[in-house]
Design a protein around this ligand. Structure first.
Ligand SMILES: *[C@@H]1O[C@H](CO)[C@@H](O)[C@H](O)[C@H]1NC(C)=O
Ligand SMILES: *[C@@H]1O[C@H](CO)[C@@H](O)[C@H](O)[C@H]1NC(C)=O
Length: 569
């Protein structure tokens, strides 16, 4: 028994190193959106900064706050004109003005895998080579002397034809279900806008073969990226399967799906793990479990040791105002939303309900902006990143609403930033847009996590997971997300096996309990999604695994934390 903590600490160290090396293994869409070198250098926490104590780092960042204030001021003006709604509909990204151009990068590192050879298949007859379309574009745009308006017209015309052809192929290959006319129309519009915006860049490449490769990747990837996030046919299929008993959940079609592309849908995710890390986590879990087995008595290992149903929110009713929080994620930082909910819930549980009240929100934006891996605010992160960040810097209070919840009389230090603020720096002060009376350093909640990552291999994992939920509170779950997840309404989710239910990416959500055949989880897509923001998921769909924060230290001898301020009015 005495050896166990040491062993865990060693394994944990290995996991942390794995997380630190994630920079290299993050997904291509992350690397493709890196800002220019100078601004990137400004944003990342450099090696020396990483060694500085918090107050020095904060001093250094004071100047960044100024920048941030200016940005906030600029955006506050825009915000006032758009009508404030809370909670927002699940897939209203509040950036309807966003253009799709430059969405697809094709620098060396992020170039997609070799494209399928453009063979003209014998059947069906209408399959044609994309070369013809490319040649038509080249004829009008290929030389530097080309007339720009003639070129634009040629791209416009060819993009229409290319869309029809790619759609025809995708239907034949069943990577896209039948679409309604309205769906197809807005899909085509998005595709055309993308191609028009990016074809100029492609045509500026120096050799014809580069132009060709760039154009082909633009139209093929663009087609995949601009598909509707959830076609009506998909929700119909799921509900049909449920009626015949072949699926355990029901779906709902949200009217906003029609204008949301797959690419935008992906921005609601943000859990990253490379194949190597996954392999490592599997190995570590398997060796760890040998030791963990000793932790359990015979009785504990029998299923009956655990209740059938468990809900963190009901088990600690005094903390319900905190554990029932549902956040609204606007870019790829699900991991920080989950970490914030886990941390505030556990603070409440550990302080026997003292960390509580309408202002007991911790700042998701601070966690994402001060991430210890040096990536940008909106980039994906690993399952341990949030726990590492909170352990390193602490975390101040921060409402889930960029309006600071001022209207609701709720004051916090660093509320969630505006949806279109994607370049947020680690703040050195509370937000200038709240009237929060405490300074940042008086408001930091220091929590020392000892996180563990558990791959869902091995029969003991469910016991460790249940034990953590029952004794400590919420945990972080890593899932692979398919298109159908966006339409979840009720029941036990597991992805439906359809060739056109495509993989979207990794996602971090918060485990809040369990029941027969499912884990109860909270998403960060507002209360308008799922069961008021919650869902039930089959354990086999939690395929990246479980990230247990471990017990925060220092909570045993009374509370070392500054408590949230009482409500001001
Ligand atoms: C269909 O979905 C509902 C949840 O919406 C679930 O309760 C029911 O069990 C599902 N049907 C089957 C056959 O699994
Ligand atoms: C995991 O274990 C397998 C089998 O023991 C081994 O072949 C593999 O190299 C290990 N992977 C890692 C990343 O340690």
């Amino acid at each position: 028994m005495a050896m166990l903590p040491l062993l865990l600490a060693l394994v944990h160290g290995a996991l942390l190193r794995a997380a630190a090396s994630e920079v290299a293994g993050s997904c291509p869409s992350d690397t493709s959106e890196e800002p220019s070198a100078s601004s990137l250098a400004d944003l990342i926490v450099s090696e020396d900064e990483d060694e500085l104590p918090l107050h020095l780092l904060q001093r250094r960042q004071k100047r960044r706050v100024k920048e941030y204030r200016e940005a906030m001021k600029a955006s506050a003006g825009e915000e006032a004109s758009s009508k404030a709604r809370w909670p927002p509909p699940p897939f209203d990204f509040e950036d309807s003005g966003t253009k799709y151009s430059a969405f697809i990068e094709d620098n060396e590192e992020s170039r997609p895998p070799p494209l399928t050879p453009m063979v003209v298949r014998s059947s069906p007859k209408r399959r044609r080579s994309l070369d013809l379309h490319f040649n038509a574009v080249m004829a009008s745009c290929g030389s530097r002397l080309s007339d720009p308006s003639r070129c634009t017209k040629a791209v416009e015309q060819s993009s229409k034809k290319v869309f029809v052809q790619l759609h025809f192929e995708a239907r034949t290959d069943e990577t896209v279900p039948p679409l309604t006319n309205k769906e197809a129309k807005s899909f085509e519009d998005r595709f055309q806008e993308l191609v028009l915006g990016d074809s100029k860049r492609v045509m500026l490449k120096s050799t014809k073969s580069e132009q060709y490769a760039g154009w082909k990747s633009l139209v093929q990837n663009g087609y995949m990226a601009m598909r509707p996030v959830v076609p009506v046919a998909l929700t119909n299929e799921i509900n049909k399967l449920n009626e015949t008993g072949a699926s355990s959940w029901t779906a709902t079609y949200d009217a906003s799906f029609i204008k949301v592309s797959v690419a935008k849908g992906k921005s609601k995710l943000g859990f990253t793990m490379s194949k190597e890390e996954e392999e490592q986590m599997k190995n570590d879990t398997l060796s760890m479990l040998q030791e963990d087995l000793k932790q359990f008595s015979e009785e504990e290992l029998s299923k009956s040791a655990y209740s059938q149903y468990f809900d963190v929110r009901e088990n600690w009713p005094e903390c319900k105002p905190v554990t029932t929080h549902v956040r609204y994620q606007t870019c790829n930082n699900c991991w920080s939303h989950s970490t914030a909910l886990i941390t505030e819930s556990r603070l409440c549980i550990q302080t026997h309900g003292r960390f509580n009240g309408p202002q007991a929100w911790l700042s998701q934006s601070f966690i994402a902006a001060c991430r210890t891996d040096g990536h940008d605010y909106c980039n994906g992160g690993s399952g341990l990143l949030g726990f590492r960040t909170v352990s390193r810097w602490g975390v101040p209070t921060g409402g889930p609403d960029y309006r600071g919840n001022i209207q609701a009389g709720v004051q916090t230090c660093y509320p969630q930033v505006l949806p279109h603020d994607t370049q947020v720096h680690c703040p050195g002060a509370c937000s200038p847009y709240t009237r929060y009376p405490r300074k940042l350093d008086q408001d930091l909640f220091y929590v020392q996590y000892e996180p563990r990552a558990l791959h869902p291999v091995g029969s003991q994992v469910p016991y460790l997971v249940k034990k953590a939920l029952m004794t400590e509170g919420p945990i972080l779950l890593g899932m692979r997300i398919y298109q159908d997840f966006y339409a979840y309404q009720s029941g036990i989710y597991r992805p439906v096996k359809k060739s056109w239910n495509l993989y979207m990416g990794g996602h971090a959500v918060t485990g809040m309990g369990f029941g027969p055949g499912y884990i109860l989880a909270i998403n960060s897509w507002s209360e308008s999604w799922g069961i008021r923001g919650a869902f039930h998921v089959a354990p086999d769909a939690i395929d990246f695994g479980y990230f247990l924060p471990g017990r925060p230290l220092g909570a045993l001898g009374g509370s070392p934390y500054p408590m949230p301020l009482p409500r001001s009015r």
